[in-house]
Design a protein around this ligand. Sequence first.
Ligand SMILES: [Fe+2]
Length: 364
Amino acid sequence: MTSTATTTTVADAEQGIATLKLRSPAQEEQQKQEQKEEEPYRYAHLLPHFSADRYPPLTPFEHVDPGHRALALPNPRAFLENATFIDDLTPHLGTEVHGVNLAELDSSGRDQLALEVARRGLMVFRDQQDFIDRGPEFYRQWGSHFGRLHIHPTSGHPAGYPEIHLVYRDLNKSFNFEYDDAVTPTVWHSDVSYELQPPGLTTFFLLAQPKSGGDTLFTSQVATLKKLSAPFVAFLRTLKAVHSGFEQAEFSKGGRRGGVVRRDPVEHIHPVIRRHPVTGDEAIYVNRQFTRQTILKFLFDHIDKSQDNQARVRWRPNTIVLWDNRVTAHSAIIDFEQSGSARHGARITPQAERPIPALDGLEL
Ligand SMILES: [Fe+2]
């Protein structure tokens, strides 16, 4: 912060002359803050609401991945034709795109998007205010194209829209699932992997954010797997792991989240190596948040330490990020406590198929 004071000219009514008044940077900041507080928050209708509703268990359904339809097209990347900027974040993971309005994509464009996200793991679209301002009814319609929308058992949602998962954190409260007593808040995970049919293509955007900080880390579980030796991969293909939602439910019940558990927690067994239904890519499918077994310790460390497979997304205003939750993992970064800013985001989370084992015939 600079130490120069702002000079303001004000008319002195009594003396009829102009005088100079000095305001310090702290006073400037306070005035800005007061102005901000007076303005109604643009996305107040999307603040977290914790209903006490109870939901029955989820039921299985057949997932048809929209990426399959795009495979049959002569140009499955036609939706990017008008992009003004396309840049890979890293060789293994992530592409940033400017100049494409996601809200205007037709049905085929959305199919192509699903395929491209499956191939790149992660895509970052800038300048998406049109999408964000269309509101929760539109988010619901958007997400339904990609699969049955997941309703989170413990998170806050906009009133009347339980399908929209919200994250919200400011100085006074946190509705996020983070271990704030840990040395680092980094927790690599794939969202709600304890479900029988965990999410596939996921859309996430921030509505409010700190000026700096609150980035999100991603990693490619396809690239992470490729670093391991063939005999070890062959062994891993024979393994399965338990993914449990019990700890998350306990965390919420303990009052450290919204305090509600609207669906009884579940756990499911998934293959340690899963196969993507459209690309055929094999990916590690375990994560520190929802799986616990000694054999996994090595894989967790491998995921944590493979910075060569990772990308970091800086959240500029009106950015939408999509990832394929089947073949990537991610972690929020909580480094903005001192900024005084809120970080408020919305996630649209269609469920996908029950994880397909990379090893044909593996019994689950
Ligand atoms: Fe997440």
